[in-house]
Design a protein around this ligand. Structure first.
Ligand code: PAF
Length: 280
């Protein structure tokens, strides 16, 4: 069932919650792929009802062309969800149902998590994400909400927003889903040629090799090594490769015992911006 109005959906989930039912929310921007479907299946296993939101959120795009080009495939998305044969409600609002006439982002204090990596490359992006996710939580009243680790920085930021607002929702991180060649699934992959989808396995292979190298080299040495590899590539343009503390996303200068680290990469291939990361 597709809801386009928050009022109708909100009354329904409110009455379900009053009956003691749990609600799992999977927020998406549509163009669903197996990565999203894995989140929806997990949500269906752990909750009585699942809500999938499909909304290309304007306030998180800092580039108008990117917003315009973003794939919108509602009918195909609804079919993929129907094929799962699960109890799933779809919320696919127009911009006005979410924002009214004020299409602006709330300003958040994410404690610096938004000042690195994607935050530097895409100013204002995380305020837009925080704004829409907070609004969705208020509309859908989820018991649990599911987010993929491909957008690891987003996941930490949403956890921080939930701590700050005190909204009663458990954030469930879900592992990155990859195609057979190792390319992290993303709606943007639809913009790649078939040949590039095969070639782009190079990104994941580099991450795996960097992880291995991290065992015997410093973060700076691993970063320099990855940068050299990409400098020799003509099909890929490296925007950044960085190793950070996995909990606060601060750039790792040395390895300290007891800390968890993660490597993050952003690469352009055929003009498409691809992101990936790996636990080290
Ligand atoms: O990860 C995404 O697809 C989006 O950032 C999200 C969480 C649905 C908010 O628009």
């Amino acid at each position: 069932m597709i809801f386009t109005e928050q009022k109708t959906l909100h009354s329904l989930v409110e009455s379900l919650k009053n009956q003691g039912k749990s609600i799992g929310l999977v927020p998406t921007m549509g163009a669903l792929h197996q990565g999203h479907l894995s989140l929806i299946k997990k949500a269906a296993e752990e909750n009585d009802t699942v809500v999938v939101s499909i909304f290309v959120n304007p306030t998180q795009f800092n580039n108008p062309t990117d917003l315009e080009k973003y794939p919108r495939t509602l009918q195909a998305d609804a079919q993929l969800i129907a094929d799962l044969n699960k109890d799933v409600l779809i919320y696919a609002p127009a911009v006005a149902d979410i924002y009214g006439t004020e299409v602006t982002a709330q300003q958040f204090d994410f404690g610096g998590l938004d000042k690195v990596m994607e935050g530097t490359s895409r100013p204002g992006h995380f305020d837009g994400v925080g704004t829409i996710v907070k609004k969705l939580f208020e509309i859908v009243l989820p018991t649990r909400a599911y987010f993929g680790e491909k957008d690891y920085q987003q996941l930490l930021i949403i956890k921080r927003m939930v701590e700050q607002t005190g909204l009663p929702v458990t954030i469930v991180p879900c592992p990155i889903v990859r195609n057979a060649e190792g390319l992290a699934l993303s709606s943007r992959n639809a913009l790649l040629s078939e040949a590039m989808k095969q070639r782009a396995t190079f990104i994941y292979r580099t991450l795996v090799a960097a992880k291995e190298r991290f065992g015997t080299h410093s973060p700076a040495e691993v970063e320099a090594w990855v940068s050299d590899i990409f400098a020799r590539e003509t099909d890929f343009e490296l925007e950044y490769f960085t190793i950070t503390d996995a909990d606060n996303l601060l750039h790792a200068t040395e390895k300290e015992a007891g800390k968890r680290y993660r490597a993050f990469i952003v690469v352009y291939a055929e003009g498409v911006r691809l992101i990936d990361n790996i636990e080290l």
